[in-house]
Design a protein around this ligand. Structure first.
Ligand SMILES: [Zn+2]
Ligand SMILES: [Zn+2]
Length: 168
């Protein structure tokens, strides 16, 4: 996803960019649909531009409990700063992108990918009340019920057996 200097000179006023999901997707992150919508607002600064990005990101996640895919629409805002100041670049601040006067365009994809990755939740649940998978028969308990309900709580004996099995 590239921004052109000509557009920045004119100024971006919450302009909508639709980023193809292939540009961002990796082994660690996936999305529902074909594009990710991001609105970008730019502000001119002495050494470059301040960018404000916002959008509702359609994350495609896999539920920890039932292992089904679900969409998590997550509102996200973050800022990036484009600067031609090399000294500033050495400060290693995270939201800085180098944009020297000679560059006509800048690729935002790596920075956007980093921000989207940071937001992936540690705990993924399709819903708070997700019933998960029956440990007895493997059925998705959100969609079906089964006859092994009595055994969904492991007994002290089961726990002991697992410990013993794991300790050859
Ligand atoms: Zn679930
Ligand atoms: Zn079952």
């Amino acid at each position: 996803m590239k921004l052109f200097r000509s557009d920045l000179i004119q100024g971006l006023d919450h302009r909508l960019f639709e980023i193809p999901v292939e540009e961002i997707e990796s082994d660690e992150i996936a999305f529902t649909g074909t594009t990710i919508p991001l609105f970008i607002h730019s502000t001119k600064q002495p050494d470059g531009y301040q960018l404000h990005l916002e959008g509702t990101i359609p994350y495609l996640l896999v539920c920890d409990r039932c292992l089904e895919e679900y969409t998590w629409n997550h509102p996200l805002t973050f800022d990036l700063r484009l600067t031609s100041n090399q000294t500033l670049m050495q400060s290693q601040e995270e939201d800085l992108l180098f944009f020297p006067e000679t560059m006509l365009e800048v690729d935002l994809t790596p920075a956007v990918r980093d921000y989207l990755l940071l937001e992936v939740p540690m705990k993924k649940l399709c819903r708070e009340s997700c019933k998960g998978i029956c440990p007895g028969c493997g059925i998705n308990l959100n969609q079906n019920s089964c006859r092994c309900e009595a055994s969904t709580q492991p007994s002290p004996w089961d726990v002991l057996q697992q410990l013993t099995n794991g300790d050859h």
